[in-house]
Write a protein that binds this ligand. Structure first.
Ligand code: ATP
Length: 334
């Protein structure tokens, strides 16, 4: 295991200020006929907190999965600190990208401390025999690792619960533990997938402070979140995904003030919206079909009208005939 110790001021994975940490270009992910992410470019620099927002199903988590090696993008390239990322999640973690998940993924029956120690395995340098023989090197490394894990638990405010089982933590603390575990891999970039989901306003506010503190340690952050207040308070830049495409990217004020973003969230069509060309084609085809239907119905109605008129004329003729025929009868009656 690594024996490096750190202060809480600078994380071991910290990057040079302003360094381009993440560079995703033209990332496309298709599932059969469905294009979940289409040609997305996104960069994150050291010292930045970048937000990724978009309506449900916009492709945000799929994009995260492409960044972390869970999915191999159908097209495009993802670089971390200039190097193309290997398409395996443990290698991506080892390279320096850590993440949390939308649905909490902790080891429920392990203690809080053990969960963080698991997060340190990518930084473990001790081999199999060292672990089996448990020599002095192993014990030193293990002690250093536990010390670092406790430091991270203190950082997120869970040090007093180190020996609790993860499953006994309240929901908000489980989310914090996930963050501590992600930090245990000493990342340079942390990806947070809906870190405040299910939290009350106080917990959300505390998470905001925590993310600022992580950024201040030199770790860049990319965060997906539906809580707009959280995002716009927190982020230096925000990118908006709509139907798998990046609609706009900018600072909070720019994104908040863009009426296309509001329209996308409300599900209203707007000019140039991702998928709008296809939607317009469908609408046009539907309109043409509806028009053709209407014309056909009119023709039917006209034909039906003619038939009725014919029938009426025939009835009138028949009546006339009956009258004519009856006349003799009347005569006969007389
Ligand atoms: N493994 C998969 N196989 C097939 N389709 C998928 C898969 N993963 C995601 N999708 C589809 O891709 C689209 C984008 O989904 P994704 O979960 O990335 O959206 P999201 O923006 O994260 O949504 P939410 O905000 O609801 O979490 C959706 O239509 C989804 O059904």
């Amino acid at each position: 295991m690594t024996t490096e110790t750190t202060t809480k001021d600078t994380a071991p994975g910290a990057s040079v200020p302003g360094e381009r940490v993440l560079d995703a270009r033209g990332v496309t992910m298709r599932f059969g006929g469905l294009t979940a992410v289409r040609g997305v470019d996104l960069t994150v620099n050291s010292g930045e907190i970048v937000g990724l927002i978009g309506p449900n199903g916009a492709g945000k988590t799929t994009f995260f999965n492409c960044l972390t090696g869970l999915y191999v993008p159908t097209e495009g390239e993802v670089r971390y600190k200039g190097n193309v990322l290997p398409p395996k999640s443990f290698k991506v973690t080892a390279a320096g990208i850590a993440r949390t998940f939308q649905n909490i993924r902790l080891f429920a029956n392990m203690t809080v401390l053990e969960n963080v120690l698991v997060g340190r395995h990518t930084r473990t340098k001790e081999g199999f025999w060292s672990a089996v023989l448990r020599g002095p090197g192993f014990h030193r490394a293990e002690a250093a690792s536990r010390a670092r894990a406790m430091e991270l638990l203190e950082f997120v405010g869970l040090d007093s619960k180190a020996e609790h089982l993860a499953r006994n933590l309240p929901y908000g603390e489980q989310r914090k533990l996930e963050i501590a575990r992600a930090l245990a891999s000493e990342p340079g970039l942390l990806l947070l997938d809906e870190p405040t989901a299910g939290m009350n306003p106080q917990e959300t506010r505390a998470t905001e402070e925590l993310v600022f503190a992580i950024r201040d340690m030199g770790i860049a952050v990319l965060v997906i979140e539906h809580d707009m207040r959280f995002i716009f308070n927190l982020c230096d830049r925000v990118a908006v995904l709509v139907q798998g495409e990046k609609l706009i990217e900018g600072d909070s004020a720019t994104v908040q003030g863009d009426e296309r973003v509001v329209a996308a969230y409300l599900g209203e069509p707007f000019e140039g919206a991702p998928g709008a060309a296809e939607a317009a084609e469908v609408a046009e085809a539907e309109a043409t079909a509806a028009e053709a239907d209407a014309t056909a119905s009119k023709a039917d109605a006209t034909a039906a009208g003619a038939t009725t008129a014919d029938a009426e004329a025939a009835t009138a003729d028949a009546d006339a005939d009956t009258t004519t025929d009856a006349a003799p009868g009347k005569e006969n009656d007389r």
